[in-house]
Design a binder for this molecule. Structure first.
Ligand SMILES: NC(=O)c1ccc[n+]([C@@H]2O[C@H](COP(=O)([O-])OP(=O)(O)OC[C@H]3O[C@@H](n4cnc5c(N)ncnc54)[C@H](OP(=O)(O)O)[C@@H]3O)[C@@H](O)[C@H]2O)c1
Length: 247
């Protein structure tokens, strides 16, 4: 059986990805703080395998134990393992002069540091005898198209893209491991709704006009994005070290 580990499964893109893999017969190990996105219930009685591991990824000192737990849940006979680092947060969205160290630190810890620390711990715990392993990192287009007020989020995700390149370089020539960064499109998720709530009413109105009247801004259903990513990952269509962008 093939297995996927996904962080941030309680809602949004992570939940949609977990559902796509689950419905396609993969074993799923989902990680987030608040809930399993209703997937444990959905998997019940279907013969499908979904294990939810509640964990706060910002507790860096615990990530070794998380990696150990995840590896213990992967059967030794797994044909393939995919690890999708999806959990993320956009805040603080503000002018640079308003930034305080706590919120900057929190953003980098979740979006960048936890991703690096957990990847390192997972590779260590998995050892050398792993099956085919795809490490997938959900990043953001804001790395290449900077947006006003998104300095911290964009910088943290840029760190992830760089890490993916370094990872791919380190494992170059190894046929059983690949590392890929993904820049999804704008999606209708809690992250986007929370972002819009933090902006002015005028900004929100303009966003709405661009989306529904002028039809020049596209915001996608996370289920649609998840299925597209599922097929790309399942077919091994993405080469190690590459950044895949939704165009
Ligand atoms: N939405 C967009 O338009 C968009 C565009 C480009 C890229 N992205 C990227 O896509 C990914 C998913 O975004 P989304 O829109 O689906 O966001 P979302 O709806 O806000 O979901 C974020 C997920 O991350 C989890 N999470 C947050 N903090 C966590 C922590 N400390 N420990 C464990 N899990 C944590 C949340 O679960 P809990 O709260 O239960 O822990 C939740 O399941 C992110 O990496 C984001 O940067 C999003």
């Amino acid at each position: 059986m093939k297995y996927v580990v996904i962080t941030g499964v309680s809602r949004g893109l992570g939940r949609s990805l977990a559902r796509a893999f689950l419905l396609s017969g993969w074993g799923v190990i989902g990680i987030s703080r608040t809930g399993d996105g209703g997937l444990v219930e959905e998997a019940k009685g279907t013969g499908k395998s979904y294990v939810f591991v509640p964990w706060d990824l910002t507790k860096l000192e615990t990530l070794d134990s998380l990696a150990e737990k995840v590896v213990s849940l992967l059967p030794v006979e797994s044909e393939e393992v995919v690890f999708i680092h999806n959990a993320g947060e956009m805040q603080p969205v503000t002018e640079i002069r308003n930034l305080g160290h706590k919120e900057v630190e929190h953003n980098f810890i979740l979006n960048t540091v936890s991703v690096i620390v957990l990847t390192a711990a997972f590779l260590r715990k998995l050892g050398k005898g792993f099956p085919f392993l795809q490490l997938v990192f959900i990043s953001s287009r804001s790395v290449v198209s900077p947006r006003r007020l998104w300095a911290v989020y964009g910088a943290a995700k840029a760190g992830v893209d760089h890490f993916v390149c370094s990872l791919a370089l380190e494992y170059k020539g190894k046929k059983n491991i690949s590392a890929i960064a993904i820049h999804p499109p704008a999606m209708d998720t809690e992250m986007r709704r929370h972002y819009l709530k933090k902006r002015s009413f005028l900004f929100w109105m303009w966003d709405w006009i661009e989306r529904y009247i002028l039809r020049r801004k596209k915001v996608y259903d996370p289920d649609l994005v998840a299925w597209k990513l599922f097929y790309l990952i399942e077919k091994h269509s993405l080469s190690s070290g590459s950044v895949w962008r939704w165009e």
